[in-house]
Design a protein around this ligand. Structure first.
Ligand code: SF4
Length: 222
């Protein structure tokens, strides 16, 4: 995709008022979808892997609020071939090649991608939904355009369990890692968006064994 084409597509998506974002499980999305079902047209470019989609805004329960909005983009093209390439470039992504499901976190949002469906949690409103849908559609196309430079990853990745890692951290909520609590740090480790080295408390000799075990856990999961 050329720069002009990409800019045009992003502008078109913004103008039509559709978008995406979110952090919750796929099962939750499936359970709560449809509350505000309202199909909307997406962008279109026949030269790209993903050329167009319809968006649907839905309500859902989420971790941080009583209720929040999510967006489903129903893709008009099958993007399954891009999944292993996205799995290779997205840190902390969880991928099941057999099931054709890729999930990852982006800030507070969780994104799920299937061959014909993109779901994003925690969108603020319709405009935000439009922006997010366009952003992640661009990510799919841009990654596909760069596929010659990417080694696709078909390996199944699992998320390291946050509770297990939490129990292995020093505890005490010292905040040296930049997080308010050890639990928040553990959840970010699990999502692949935090670096174990940020927990400087783990560098003490007394925690050497736990440090190695945590590294093994993270390596095994990813
Ligand atoms: S630095 Fe380690 S011990 Fe301190 S709050 Fe963060 S995770 Fe907990």
């Amino acid at each position: 995709m050329g720069a002009r084409a990409g800019a045009l597509c992003r502008w078109t998506a913004a103008a039509t008022g559709l978008g995406v974002r979110f952090p919750v499980s796929w099962a939750w999305l499936e359970a709560f979808r449809g509350c505000l079902a309202e199909p909307c047209p997406g962008w279109y470019n026949a030269d790209m892997l993903l050329g167009s989609y319809d968006t649907e805004i839905t309500t859902m329960a989420c971790d941080s609020h009583a209720q929040c909005l999510a967006v489903f983009a129903h893709l008009h093209q099958d993007v399954s071939e891009a999944l292993p390439y996205l799995n290779a470039v997205l840190p902390g992504a969880v991928y099941d090649h057999a099931a054709q499901v890729l999930t990852w976190k982006s800030g507070s949002r969780e994104i799920s991608l299937r061959p014909r469906l993109l779901a994003i949690s925690d969108v603020a409103d319709r405009d935000d939904a439009a922006r997010q849908a366009a952003e992640f559609a661009s990510l799919i196309n841009d990654t596909w355009e760069r596929r010659a430079d990417i080694t696709p990853n078909y390996r199944k990745r699992l998320r390291a369990p946050a509770l297990t890692m939490y129990r292995m951290l020093p505890g005490g909520n010292c905040k040296a890692c930049g997080e308010e609590t050890c639990w928040i740090f553990a959840t970010k480790l699990s999502a692949g968006v935090a670096d174990l080295d940020a927990c400087t408390a783990l560098l003490a000799d007394t925690y050497a064994g736990r440090r190695i075990a945590l590294r093994d856990l993270l390596a095994g999961a990813h």
